[in-house]
Design a protein around this ligand. Structure first.
Ligand code: SAM
Ligand code: SF4
Length: 325
């Protein structure tokens, strides 16, 4: 088994890297309308520094890396980072989470640079609602981005949909139909309460609702990256994933990841405030061995589970866009 064993027997083989805190959208559940105060260029890790962290993690058994943000595609020369990371020994899967706005422009270049696949975040299929939720974006750009990613061979393209009561819950069946109309792989994600904009909908309620279209057959994950449960409708080429960080008690027991923030903090848990600084050591010529020890420390300090349910404890120091989702 690859990965680093944590204190609760979970194998951590997945590093999620937020490459920038900047974004070209302002989604209502993620950022305030004015955006968040931006980190300066010197505060965020250089591509060489990110490369060192990934090398060290790969030597410890991490074999999957996902690049996220903010919006990763707004960082200058982003395909160059993809190329640097795709050449690291031991990294078998290098993927991207993006809002899709710039994907049409970059899909082919990213594929050629060694990107394996892409997740596109999309919460509505209606242009006016898209503008409301993202405050800045055009739905058309994302739809064209999805097509460009497919054509470039960045497959499977997965669609991440955050479900919000009275906001986009009227479109759940429309998204589910896209699994047989367009072969989309749609993953419904429970809204996490970083900012009280809407009420989350438990996945079980979604499953019952989607069953109106037919029986949901359980499916093996196509690319096993953790805690989603997968289903499909009859005759659908695509799948439906349910990601339930809030309602599913066993969610954290499947956690396989740690996160790196744009300013070089390793976060053992998305929903906890603990962080281990890698930036200062990196800028003080840390050795590969010492870097590996810091990563091991972060993994060892992963909590068994988050405490959103019992105490409603949520991260307050950073917004989702500054951690990477
Ligand atoms: N900008 C890129 C994007 O939107 O795909 C990458 C960064 S974004 C922070 C990563 C993921 O986090 C997106 O799928 C987004 O929908 C999700 N996200 C952001 N805030 C969230 C929240 N409060 N609850 C659940 N998911 C959230
Ligand atoms: Fe930007 Fe992604 Fe946050 Fe939306 S969810 S504001 S696209 S970082």
């Amino acid at each position: 088994m690859t990965g680093i064993l944590d204190s609760f027997g979970r194998s951590i083989n997945y590093l999620r890297i937020s490459v920038t805190d900047r974004c070209n959208l302002r989604c209502i559940y993620c950022m305030p309308p004015e955006g968040v105060p931006q980190m300066s260029h010197s505060e965020i890790l250089s591509y060489e520094e990110i490369q060192s962290v990934v090398r060290a993690a790969a030597e410890l058994g991490v074999n999957k890396v996902r690049l996220t943000g903010g919006e990763p595609l707004v960082r200058a020369d982003f395909p160059h980072l993809v190329k640097m990371l795709s050449q690291i020994n031991g990294i078998e899967e290098l993927s991207l989470t993006t809002n899709g706005i710039l994907l049409k422009k970059y899909a082919l270049e990213l594929r050629q640079a060694g990107l394996s696949r892409v997740n596109v975040s999309l919460d509505t299929l209606k242009a006016d609602k898209f503008r409301y939720i993202t405050r800045l974006g055009e739905l058309k750009d994302v739809l064209e981005g999805i097509e460009a990613a497919k054509e470039a061979g960045l497959s499977p393209v997965k669609i991440n949909t955050v479900v919000m009561r009275h906001m986009n819950d009227d479109e759940i069946l429309d998204f589910a139909r896209m699994t047989y109309r367009e072969g989309w792989h749609v993953r419904f994600i429970e809204l996490m309460p970083f900012k009280g904009v809407a009420e989350f909908i438990p996945s079980i309620e979604l499953r019952q609702h989607i069953s109106l279209l037919g029986k949901l057959e359980p499916r093996e994950p196509m690319t096993g990256n953790g805690p989603a449960l997968y289903y499909s409708l009859a005759q659908a080429k695509g799948t439906i994933g349910l990601i339930s960080p809030l309602s599913e008690l066993s969610f954290c027991s499947h956690c396989n990841r740690v996160r790196l923030t744009p300013d070089g903090k390793l976060r053992p848990c998305l929903l906890g405030e603990d962080e281990i600084d890698l930036k200062m050591p990196l800028r003080n010529n840390v050795s590969m061995e010492e870097l590996k020890q810091l990563i091991l420390r972060a993994v060892a300090s992963k909590p068994e589970h988050h405490h959103l349910k019992e105490t409603n404890d949520r991260p307050v120091k950073r917004k989702m866009s500054q951690i990477g989702g």
